[in-house]
Design a protein around this ligand. Structure first.
Ligand code: DC
Length: 212
């Protein structure tokens, strides 16, 4: 079974998806980390980020991997922490917008996502990567709350700069951020993580009961 969790930055996707996967005993796939790792490698190699073709080739040549402990690896490097810096936050939408990159990522995500029960988080999982997912959830939250949550994870940047970055990123990501028609929308602004996870578990239960 695939559970797709989409939504913008700071809506709570990672925390919720991780916890849900843990409770259900499913594996977990963070597709944002894949775009981040590719962006890190492209910057490391000094590739121009405005050019899709070489980035698509780089993505094909250097597939992102996840080890048992959930570490993110690309081209032999452990980039788990490096990809969470604000310089990567800023550049990743530039890389993610190229169709050459998205094609390679989509293939790889499908490959990684079709190995049993999995929770996949991203922006286009319910619409593009796994339109046949059994359960689709779209998380959203008030922009101020999203900025505050992100701030806790980004000590390297001030609150104003972070709010501006988040707005800019929303703008660039918008075309890929539409909820699937059959996604359940959950506003996490006033909800605790456990409440969101329980609601998704309920959805899965209902879904399993109604699907033969
Ligand atoms: O969820 P995140 O903040 O780690 O995602 C990083 C970036 O990758 C974000 O700007 C949008 C992009 N992304 C995407 O285009 N498609 C996905 N399935 C996941 C992330």
């Amino acid at each position: 079974m695939i559970v797709a969790i989409d939504g913008p930055a700071g809506a709570g996707k990672s925390t919720v998806a991780r916890k849900l996967a843990e409770r259900l005993g499913f594996s977990y796939l963070d597709t944002g980390a894949m775009y981040r790792a590719l962006t890190w490698l492209a910057m490391q190699e000094g590739l121009p980020l405005g050019d899709g073709e070489p980035l698509g080739e780089l993505a094909r040549r250097s597939p992102v991997m996840f080890d048992e402990a959930g570490r993110v690896l690309i081209d032999g490097a452990d980039v788990t922490s490096a990809i969470r810096q604000s310089r990567i936050d800023r550049m990743v939408p530039v890389v993610a917008r190229h169709h050459e990159v998205r094609e390679v990522m989509r293939e790889r995500q499908r490959e990684l996502g079709h190995r049993g029960d999995v929770v996949i988080e991203g922006r286009d999982i319910g619409t593009v990567v796994a339109p046949d997912a059994a359960v689709k959830v779209y998380l959203q939250a008030d922009p101020q709350v999203r900025a505050r949550r992100r701030q806790a994870e980004r000590p390297d940047i001030g609150a104003d700069a972070l709010a501006t970055d988040l707005r800019t990123r929303d703008e660039s990501d918008r075309v890929r951020m539409q909820p699937a028609e059959d996604a359940e929308l959950i506003d996490t602004t006033d909800l605790e993580v456990d409440d969101v996870v329980s609601r998704i578990e309920d959805l899965i239960r209902t879904r399993s009961l109604t699907t033969p």
